[in-house]
Ligand binder design. Structure first.
Ligand code: PLP
Length: 461
């Protein structure tokens, strides 16, 4: 597809992962809010960095971040309901920073072929927390790399090369990850991708091609079983336990897929890079579904929102590649990243952030549902812990996406001090720090309420 011939408004398939950095609403917001000094900084950034969707040219420049907040260089503060989902413990948590400083003073790097106490301690802690016999760990400097390790291990362990994954899913931006991923903005015009990757419809009862609607009978899960049987030699099914949009599969979805994997000798890889560590009100999202995958991938907030760190957890029986390199990463055992990880897990435990996420999420969901009763623009409210989303629809009957409205709500919220992203064109994706207080949450929800009302007001005018 020749993307350069399309206007920003035409690029709808490319809105899957987030709002566009080229839209007219972005320009209008910048015109009102970005000072000449900040604009010079943004221009300098745009002059050095390769431009790409969803990042450069950038929206704004940050000066600091603390707790649930980010602050721009002009001193404006925003409750950050985006945070790339790294901020389970909030930004700049003092315990995490202290652990990093301490580790820096003692052992700042771990040369290959050596291990160190902190790295082993983090691996041990993760295996203790993980469900079932996910007793083996590999660290990587980012989620995408951890996904790559999972795919390689699945091939080595099964002797098969095929994967089944979901349309609209995201597993990272590398060539292997986009091969199993299902979003046009990453896949389009960049192939050929990895062979043997078959995509199936995701669990999304609003847009499901099986048209189950509210009478969902898990046809999408049964279709995966069908594909596994027909192919006969699939190495693994890989999926996001819960999409961070969010899309929350029905209760029996993963159980049915787990059973199909077992029947057909395929492994199950669950990607919980943005959703593990309390985001959904459980340490791991798969706990909601009562399934244990063969491999579980986490990342993002594992590094305390400071260090890039991801982990592949695998079943004991998958320790089968001793003579191969699964993830020969330079920072495979980085002690500073692991110190951040250990401190993060301690903070999550000691501050009761999983329970807090559940409690605050339940409260927020109630308020969002109440808002949906008053705002015709809100077509659906979804949430699991502090992973929340509002779907904006122009007409509920036709499911017509309110794409333009969603962007206007987003920029309206930015003007009032709330930062979040719009995914798939019309989904307001709301993921605050798990440390957020009830009053901060109320503040954010009131902003949202006001912005949606404002956009509805202009629609009716
Ligand atoms: C579900 C999911 N998988 C994989 C990744 C890739 O992680 P990273 O950006 O750390 O490589 C992301 C990042 O947004 C993600 O949300």
């Amino acid at each position: 597809m020749n993307r350069s011939s399309k206007s920003a408004q035409d690029l709808d398939p490319f809105r899957s992962e987030g709002d566009l950095n080229l839209s007219p609403h972005r320009r209008a917001w910048a015109g009102e809010n970005i000072s000449p000094a900040t604009q010079r900084m943004l221009d300098e950034d745009a002059g050095y960095f390769l431009h790409q969707s969803l990042s450069t040219p950038c929206l704004n420049a940050l000066k600091s971040c603390q707790g649930a907040w980010i602050q721009d260089v002009e001193g404006r503060r925003y409750l950050d309901f985006h945070g790339n989902n790294v901020h389970q413990v909030g930004f700049g948590h003092p315990r995490v920073i202290a652990a990093i400083k301490e580790q820096l003073d003692e052992l700042s790097f771990c040369t290959r072929r050596y291990t160190c106490e902190t790295t082993v301690a983090l691996a041990k802690k993760l295996t203790e927390l993980a469900p079932g016999d996910l007793n083996r760990v590999l660290f990587a400097p980012g989620g995408t790399s951890a996904i790559g390790m999972a795919l390689k291990l699945a091939r080595l362990a099964t002797g098969r090369y095929k994967f089944v994954s979901m349309w609209d899913s995201f597993h990272g931006a590398s060539l292997d990850a986009i091969s199993v991923g299902g979003e046009a903005v990453f896949r389009s015009g960049i192939g050929p991708l990895m062979p043997g990757c078959e995509h199936v419809p995701p669990a999304d009862n609003r847009h499901c091609p099986f048209r189950c609607g509210d009478a969902c009978n898990l046809a999408c899960a049964d279709y995966i079983a069908y594909v596994l049987e027909k192919e006969g030699d699939v190495a693994a099914v890989i999926g996001e336990t819960v999409r961070s949009t969010p899309f929350i599969p029905p209760p029996d979805y993963w159980k049915r897929i787990r059973a199909a994997c077992d029947k057909h000798g395929a492994l199950l890889i669950l990607d919980e890079i943005p959703t593990a560590l309390g985001r959904t009100g459980r340490i791991f999202a798969c706990e909601h579904y009562g399934v244990v995958p063969d491999m579980l991938v986490l990342g993002k907030g594992l590094g305390g929102g400071i260090f890039p760190l991801a982990a592949l957890l695998a079943r004991e029986g998958l320790n089968v590649a001793a003579d191969r390199a699964l993830g020969h990463y330079t920072h495979e055992k980085n002690p500073v990243a692991c110190a951040a990880g250990l401190a993060t897990l301690q903070v999550i435990e000691e501050e009761g952030l999983v329970e807090h996420s559940r409690e605050m999420g339940g409260y927020a969901l109630g308020r969002l549902r109440e808002m949906a009763g008053r705002h015709p623009l809100i077509g659906d409210v979804r949430g699991l812990g502090l992973l929340m989303g509002l779907e904006l629809l122009r007409r509920r009957e036709t499911l017509e996406c309110a794409t333009d409205e969603a962007e206007r709500v987003m920029y309206g919220a930015l003007r009032r001090g709330l930062n979040f992203k719009v995914t798939m064109g019309n989904l307001l994706t709301l993921t605050p720090a798990l440390t957020i207080s009830r009053s901060e949450l109320d503040q954010a929800l009131s902003i949202l309420d006001e912005c949606i009302g404002e956009v509805e007001g202009t629609r009716q005018a």
